[in-house]
Design a protein around this ligand. Structure first.
Ligand SMILES: *Cc1c(COP(=O)(O)O)cnc(C)c1O
Length: 394
């Protein structure tokens, strides 16, 4: 028996739901890449990306996924042999660190646990010990999508300032931009990067990087630069230089429609929406956890992310739950990744997501817990509704 026929719910933390209007924006013939509206659209996209990163710095658009964005950020400011400090809080910070290592940086990981945020005091202590300022850049992820941790970027910047350390602060905002506050300039972030397919509600395939004046200065001497990613080339006057080749034009039309949606809602309103949906999700998980099998991966409530919740399943294979929701209900949850396979599932509340989508997802999970006779506190969905109705008055 199954009740899965109907609109399928994709509740994974990327790629996220693509709004119909964004899909429709791609249903059109190809356009000229040398003249006409595409050229103006590039300028408008680059300007709107500044509004979303909250920076007066330069922005860049790459035909690439998030990994490409990582590489773009690294190649433009680092030189081979540079000492880089990666702040561990889950799988993604380590992934970026591994990439830097392969590219020729000397990478040090400030080790951390995957159920708590980076400790700014530990960052300050490590930087203070670096008397010769050999560390050239810090790599940190704002929301680690594997662990569900949110890192406090302003606190990490304060730690760098307290240590009077000149390293560049480089932030991965792939799972956070558009979902929670990010203030590149106000927070003193030097390089930020993201992808199109999470909070920005567009199919995968575009990466965005923003760089401030300190990053530009590092760029001048960086010797990891390669032609495709090179900021200097991409600032050239010819339109094709902005993409180092043919613009990924259908994805650009899609991204245009998605940014119109996001800026139409208002960034602050989108952050608030994510906060409410996240709190509703946590209310349900808290209830379920009374049965001792379900628990939060992130111990400290303030360190739980606005865009994704990592739910631990203790003593039972978590695939039982995710298989049930997918096969019986048509709801695909995120699996545990990076060591969490079989031990956790992830609920995305990221991007183009509203109350019924989150309540439907939570309802399917609660249905799975009941059908599988997994011990859990009842009333998780009711708790989510109470949280949302209190947050959204009539
Ligand atoms: C998804 C994600 C990435 C990687 O993006 P890809 O498009 O899969 O390369 C990097 N960092 C974070 C935090 C992510 O969530």
């Amino acid at each position: 028996m199954s009740v899965s026929n109907g609109r399928q719910f994709l509740s994974i933390p990327g790629p996220t739901n693509v709004p119909d209007i964004v899909l429709q924006a791609m249903m059109r013939p190809a356009v000229d890449i040398y003249t006409g509206p595409l050229v103006a659209m590039t300028d408008a996209l680059l300007a709107d990306l500044k509004r979303i990163f909250r920076t007066k710095g330069h922005t860049y658009i790459y035909a690439a996924n998030g990994h490409g964005g990582w590489e773009a950020a690294l190649t433009n400011v680092l030189s081979r042999g540079d000492h880089v400090l990666a702040l561990e809080s889950g799988r993604f910070a380590l992934g970026w660190a591994e990439m830097a290592k392969v590219m020729g940086a000397e990478v040090e990981v400030l080790s951390g646990e995957w159920h708590r945020a980076v400790d700014p005091a530990a960052v300050e202590a490590r930087l203070k010990a670096d008397k010769t300022h050999s560390i050239k850049a810090l790599l940190v992820v704002q929301i680690d999508t594997a662990s569900g941790v949110v890192n406090d970027i302003p606190a990490i910047r304060r730690a760098m300032d307290a240590a009077k350390h000149p390293a560049l602060l480089m932030v991965d905002c792939v799972a956070s931009l558009g979902c929670m506050p990010f203030e590149m300039d106000a927070w003193g972030v030097d390089v930020a990067m993201t992808g199109s397919q999470k909070g920005l509600m567009t199919p995968p395939g575009l990466a965005f990087v923003a760089a401030n004046a300190r990053a530009d200065a590092a760029h001048k001497t960086a010797n990891m630069k390669t032609h495709y990613w090179d900021w200097t080339f991409r600032q050239g006057a010819e339109h094709y230089q902005k993409y180092c080749g043919t613009p990924p034009e259908h994805l650009l039309f899609a991204q245009r429609a998605a940014l119109d949606l996001l800026l139409g809602e208002g960034l602050e309103a989108a952050w608030k929406r994510h906060d409410i949906l996240a709190r509703a999700t946590r209310a349900a998980v808290s209830r379920w956890s009374e049965g001792q099998v379900i628990s939060f991966n992130v111990a400290e409530p303030a360190q739980r992310a606005a865009s994704i919740t990592n739910v631990r399943v203790n003593g039972i294979n978590s695939h039982l739950i995710t298989d049930y929701t997918r096969d019986k209900c048509g709801v695909t949850l995120g699996l545990g990744i990076g060591g969490y396979d079989g031990k956790a599932f992830r609920i995305a509340h990221m991007g183009h997501t509203n109350a019924p989508m989150v309540l439907g997802t939570l309802g399917a999970i609660e249905m799975a817990l009941q059908a599988l006779k997994i011990p859990h506190g009842s009333g998780g969905v009711s708790a989510a509704i109470e949280t949302m109705s209190a947050a959204v008055p009539a």
